[in-house]
Write a protein that binds this ligand. Structure first.
Ligand SMILES: Nc1ncnc2c1ncn2[C@@H]1O[C@H](COP(=O)(O)OP(=O)(O)OP(=O)(O)O)[C@@H](O)[C@H]1O
Length: 362
């Protein structure tokens, strides 16, 4: 089975649709009683049409069937799927209201599905706010419909094969990014960073974040089987999102966290291959006239946050006092007491750490 989202006309904002689809995937993930029922239906070579939630609207589109009002269990849902017609369940998955229900959604509602069960499922999800599930008897596929768009559920082994491929590319991107950040730190201390260096690093951050998003979707699909993968995700991503924001703040014309997050949102919406353009990245950072060779000056927030004696929040204070990493490096030897004033408890350790990073002093 393939995990697909078939495009359809959306009648609600994209964000709202995404939230609802994520919630539907969570409710049908391995480990849930609903998934248990769906797996039993597939194993029994049966089909099903199940409407969950928005029950007033769902019941208004149909007739006949058996009025049940019994509490929901996976076994009952499985047994009822042996009958023709649709099964109607309440939003909280506590009650099964109807079985063998015949649904009559407006036939003019557009659908690209073939087969009455699937066409009805897609239309019901367009017409109501219900999550509609169809299980194909012929193809042994479970499709979840929200707002006319279908997502086919995959088996754990199918999802795991995507997870394993993704973990390999995550690991390789993380290694490249670590190397790029190390090099960037050295260049920052030498005051020799160009826009091209920043562009390359941002590109790697975006590749990493895109892979992390994909992994999050797979972890959601895995349900209770995704716990160890979530731990592996932590290993590869950890605090990289915070480091990314610091990098943007270091180089953006407006260094506020709010602006950095807005820039990150735009970068994330941009196709990764377009992020290799220094002109584009420079413009996003607020430097329209810069080209790839333009020298960029870092505030030093990211580099300072790597120094153990710089406690959380202290890097901002140091940057407020000195204005940039270079100003700090120029001043630190002549005037270590100035760091004292900012509240750095061990100015000499901070100086030593920076010099060690720089490779100027052992
Ligand atoms: N409007 C409807 N209301 C309730 N149940 C329906 C409706 N349309 C189809 N079904 C159910 O779906 C079953 C299969 O119908 P059909 O073969 O036309 O659909 P399909 O999409 O090809 O499904 P499958 O892939 O399982 O063969 C019907 O026997 C019935 O139980």
């Amino acid at each position: 089975m393939e995990g697909t989202e078939r495009a359809f006309e959306a009648s609600e904002p994209v964000q709202d649709f995404k939230e609802r689809m994520r919630s539907a995937i969570r409710q049908t993930a391995p480990g849930t009683s609903l998934r248990h029922a769906l797996d039993m239906i597939i194993a029994g070579h049966l089909g099903a049409l199940i409407c969950i939630g928005d029950t007033d609207a769902v019941l208004a589109t149909g007739d006949d069937g058996f009025c049940l009002d019994i509490s929901f269990t996976a076994n009952r849902l499985f047994e009822l799927s042996k009958m023709d017609g649709a099964i109607v369940v309440d939003k909280g998955l506590t009650q099964i209201l109807r079985a063998n229900y015949h649904l009559n959604p407006d036939p003019s509602l557009p659908t690209s599905e073939t087969g009455m069960r699937h066409r009805t499922a897609a239309r019901m999800s367009l017409l109501t706010n219900a999550m509609v599930i169809s299980v194909s008897e012929r193809r042994q596929v479970v499709t979840v419909y929200i707002d006319g768009r279908g997502h086919s559920l995959r088996s754990v082994s199918e999802i795991m094969s995507s997870v394993n491929q993704l973990l390999v590319s995550l690991q390789s991107t993380r290694t490249q990014l670590d190397r790029a950040l190390l090099r960037l730190t050295t260049l920052e201390l030498d005051n020799y960073v160009t826009l091209s260096d920043i562009t390359e690093t941002i590109y790697l951050f975006e590749v990493l974040m895109t892979a992390a998003d994909e992994l999050d979707n797979l972890i959601l699909e895995l349900g209770t089987k995704g716990k160890t993968i979530a731990m592996q995700r932590e290993e590869f991503i950890g605090d990289m999102s915070d480091v990314y924001t610091l990098l943007i703040r270091d180089y953006a014309n407006d260094s506020s966290e709010e602006n950095a997050l807005a820039i990150r949102a735009t970068l994330h919406e941009t196709a990764n291959d377009k992020l290799r353009s220094s002109k584009r990245v420079g413009a996003l950072l607020g430097f329209d006239e810069h080209n790839e060779d333009s020298i960029m000056h870092s505030l030093g927030l990211r580099t300072l946050s790597n120094v153990s004696v710089v406690r959380k929040g202290m890097a901002d204070k140091i940057v407020d006092e000195y204005g940039s990493l270079q100003q700090l490096l120029d001043d630190i030897e002549q005037n270590p007491a100035r760091l004292d004033r900012v509240g750095v408890e061990n100015p000499s350790i901070l100086a030593d750490s920076l010099y060690r990073m720089w490779g100027k002093r052992a």
